[in-house]
Write a new protein. Structure first.
Lengths: 352, 371, 97
């Protein structure tokens, strides 16, 4: 077994060398996370399905296409207004499948539990997972449990994997955005991230909101019923809307332009971001998606979304263009423009 | 949000832009001192919309950018010590020292925590009597009263395990130093609104008189920044040099007297090194004799810190407005936000980071202001 | 430096001998140190930086500033409509929320 990796012979060592060990930023959904995938995982596991870097892998099995994905949940605190790590674990994986147009069917759940975790706590989490699974119409069919020494596990870590069926003709993928396409977000931004911040030690503030954690497969089904040819679906998790748009712009080789004034940002989210010096476009969500839709069907897709309870505040925010490929530009409220880049790590509160 | 959203009104912004366009007849170089103002300018795309004659020079108004390298290295050394809980504002975590940043130290086992208020660090000290709690006390005059209260409170509560690594900087001496520099190009200043909320603006009157330079106390929202620019340009166009307050809802001439009293008790003036600029005499604050026991620099043996600024970094010239970030040979190559060489690339207000963000690309078809 | 935003004081109390308060920012509430605004009262607005109220916000002055901005440029529009003309409307299609 190798003790260390010789970065000089690795595929693309430079960006990894400056941080020889994992830092928190690697989990932030920004540039560091992207680099870890691009320069460590992808080269090691190299295959065409992985290289598509979608929310889930779509693979052909005898008889049809299946979406297959995994996600791990390490959130602190375990419980927050609107949910807990269990609801995230189910809905997160359901949503990754839904973003490939799949009807989610089965999940697995792996638990890494810290010695000393009260069983009552685990019970609440598991019950929440059962309720979330029922809500999403999926079954949890396999699992695993491991226990680690006290001090090594932050209470609970959960990994879920999921499998679903992709209907014929449904092929949303991160590389399918085309100039002229319309960019639609499904509703209010920033609720999950601000909720988590509001209960985090060192920040604590009162916030009349809760996490938007929800399964999006029903909403997606309603959208696909209007047209199966939705080009891209992406759920907005860590890194927020900005990260998702950047990934799409980069993968599809297109530019994306949106209007800040059209973003549905609820007042408490805007206020909390103003207080902490943060930007709502980088704040995490757990029940929102962005859709890139051909212009001919955009208005009908939007209408279908607004009819669905999870899409009531859906809005068209911008469009895909052929200028500045890979770059996302926002028109600011006062009419200027700014490049909306990927953050380096996670967004931090600032005083400056 | 009340008293915030109104100052972001696009229609009113358009009127201010129109007025500025109408009165500008010549090139002018105006410096906004405050990093928060720089952030607002970049964030809203304000300088793209101003007439091309107006150049906004982003000054050394970001405490993150100007905190001396030795102080960052001391912070890293203290944070790495076992038993220490090192508390800091979020801004400082990615600033590179000679070799690392606080994130690296955290990943190597240091207990580094982000706090919103310095009083949170005092709370931690109270809750963890067996740990040394150190707060990274950086900032301009705006933040100093908060940091002062933390020390004052720790002292009142007898929290011997609390200390502060102090690196405060003051605005008026910086303005003097800039105006004294033979290469200075700045013709007017937008003074930092919240610094003046605390300190008042009477300190700037002698600067206006000595250097015959307009100084306009300016806020942070788009309308505030535009109004500051508008008044500065109006003065420049008519050859006037006066002190004006364009942020009267938050600033009075005498400033915040209770805060100033606390500052006079807890801090004393000292010479300070500004990263990239050098030592500016009497331009900083350190803990006064009375509170010296809470000084982290004396409490921790941080040994012989050998600082090593990258020879490729031209932050200093950028901070003084002598070099545009795009003119720096390392810009975009060795130095990017991902691999910053100096603080001006790390901080979101740093001029280099700002240029990298929006300066890479300005859409050709987005309307720009026409004279 | 100096990220400070206006909020409304909802409650004033004492913590370990220091005047503190609850300040409301459009529904977000935060505990803020009020030691530096000794005359502030519930219902007043204040600018908060790193958990400290650094000044009371002068509401009359705020409204006066906004009135001033309304006046500015209106004169320009009257005297010189071309130079002061607002730019084209926003692009994008579909339903505006």
């Amino acid at each position: 077994m190798m003790d260390t990796i010789d970065f000089d012979t690795w595929t693309c060592p430079a960006p990894l060398r400056s941080y020889p060990s994992i830092v928190m930023g690697h989990g932030g959904g920004g540039r560091l996370s992207a680099e870890l995938v691009e320069h460590l995982f992808a080269p090691a596991f190299r295959n065409a399905t992985l290289d598509a870097l979608g929310d889930a892998a779509v693979i052909s099995l005898d008889g049809g296409r299946v979406a297959y994905t995994t996600d791990s949940f390490v959130v602190r605190p375990l419980f927050f207004p609107g949910g807990n790590i269990g609801t995230l674990a189910v809905n997160g994986t359901v949503n990754d499948l839904a973003m490939m147009g799949a009807q989610p069917r089965y999940l697995t759940a792996g638990f890494i539990l810290e010695e000393g975790l009260p069983l009552a706590t685990l019970g609440v989490i598991v019950e929440a997972m059962a309720a979330a699974a029922q809500s999403a119409g999926v079954q949890i069919v396999a699992g695993d449990t491991k226990v680690v020494d006290k001090g090594h596990g932050d209470g609970v870590y959960i990994n879920t994997s999921g499998i679903g069926v992709v209907p014929e003709g449904v092929t949303p993928a991160p590389n399918r955005a085309q100039p002229g396409d319309v960019v639609i977000v499904s509703g209010d931004l920033g609720l999950h991230g601000v909720t988590i911040l509001s209960v985090r030690e060192g920040l604590e503030f009162g916030a009349p909101i809760e996490s938007d954690c929800a399964p999006l497969n029903g909403l997606v089904a309603a959208m696909l019923a209007v047209t199966p040819d939705i080009h891209v679906l992406r759920d907005l998790t860590r890194g927020g809307l900005a990260s998702a748009l950047n990934e799409i712009a980069r993968t599809s080789g297109v530019g994306i332009r949106y209007e800040e004034r059209r973003l549905p940002v609820p007042t408490p989210v805007a206020a909390a971001c103003d207080m902490l010096g943060m930007d709502p476009v980088y704040v995490a969500n757990e029940g929102k998606l962005v859709a890139i839709v051909p212009p001919a069907s955009a208005d009908r897709v939007l209408e279908a979304m607004r009819w669905h309870p999870l899409g009531a505040r859906a809005a068209i925010i911008g469009q895909v263009i052929d200028q500045h490929p890979g770059v996302v530009v926002a028109r600011t409220a006062i009419g200027g423009s700014r490049v909306v880049d990927l953050q380096i790590g996670e967004q931090l509160p600032r005083i400056c | 949000m009340k008293y915030l959203d109104e100052f972001r009104n696009p229609e009113l912004a358009e009127r201010l832009f129109a007025d500025i366009r109408a009165i500008t007849t010549r090139p002018w170089a105006i410096m906004e001192v405050c990093g928060g103002q720089t952030h607002s300018i970049i964030r809203n795309g304000i300088d793209q919309l101003l007439p091309p004659e107006i150049e906004l020079i982003h000054g050394p108004g970001c405490p993150v950018c100007v905190t001396p390298l030795e102080v960052i290295d001391k912070a890293l050394a203290i944070a790495a010590q076992p038993g220490v809980i090192f508390c800091s504002f979020g801004d400082m975590l990615r600033v590179p020292g000679s070799g690392k940043d606080l994130f690296r130290v955290k990943s190597e086992g240091g207990d580094v925590r982000i706090v919103y208020s310095p009083l949170d660090a005092v709370k931690l000290a109270g809750a963890n009597p067996d740990r040394e709690v150190v707060f990274f006390g950086i900032g301009f005059e705006t933040t100093a009263p908060a940091n002062a209260m933390a020390v004052y409170q720790a002292d009142r509560l007898g929290l011997r395990n609390f200390s502060m690594l102090v690196s405060h900087v003051l605005v008026p001496p910086a303005i003097s130093a800039l105006m004294e520099s033979p290469t200075n190009r700045v013709q007017a200043f937008l003074a930092a609104g919240h610094v003046c909320s605390v300190m008042g603006y009477w300190e700037y009157e002698p600067l206006v008189a000595r250097y015959h330079v307009p100084i306009v106390v300016t806020g942070f929202e788009p309308l505030d920044v535009l109004e500051g620019v508008r008044r500065a340009v109006a003065q420049l166009e008519t050859g006037r040099a006066e002190l004006e307050n364009a942020y009267p809802r938050a600033v009075r001439r005498e400033g915040n007297v209770p805060a100033q009293k606390m500052l006079a008790d807890v801090f004393e003036v000292t010479d300070r090194a500004w990263r990239g600029i050098g030592v500016i005499p009497q331009s900083g604050w350190r803990l006064s004799e009375r509170y010296r026991a809470y000084d982290a620099e004396s409490r921790f043996d941080v040994g012989a810190i050998r600082t090593q600024e990258s020879p490729l970094c031209h932050s200093g010239e950028v901070l003084q407005g002598l070099l545009k970030p795009t003119q720096c040979p390392a810009f975009g190559k060795e130095c990017t936000p991902r691999t910053p060489l100096g603080a001006t690339m790390v901080s979101s207000e740093g001029a280099c980071a700002a240029y990298y963000q929006y300066g890479r690309f300005i859409p050709a078809d987005l309307p720009l202001a026409r004279p | 430096m100096c990220l400070g935003i206006p909020g409304q004081v909802k409650e004033i109390y004492d913590v370990s001998g220091i005047p503190m308060g609850t300040v409301d920012f459009a529904g977000i509430t935060k505990e803020v140190c009020l030691a530096y605004v000794p005359d502030i009262q519930v219902g007043d607005y204040t600018i908060v930086h790193v958990g400290f109220a650094i000044t009371q916000l002068d509401e009359e002055s705020a409204l006066e500033s906004l009135r001033l901005f309304e006046e500015i440029g209106r004169l320009e529009e009257e005297l010189n409509p071309e130079a002061a003309a607002p730019r084209d409307g926003q692009g994008g299609g579909g339903v505006v929320p």
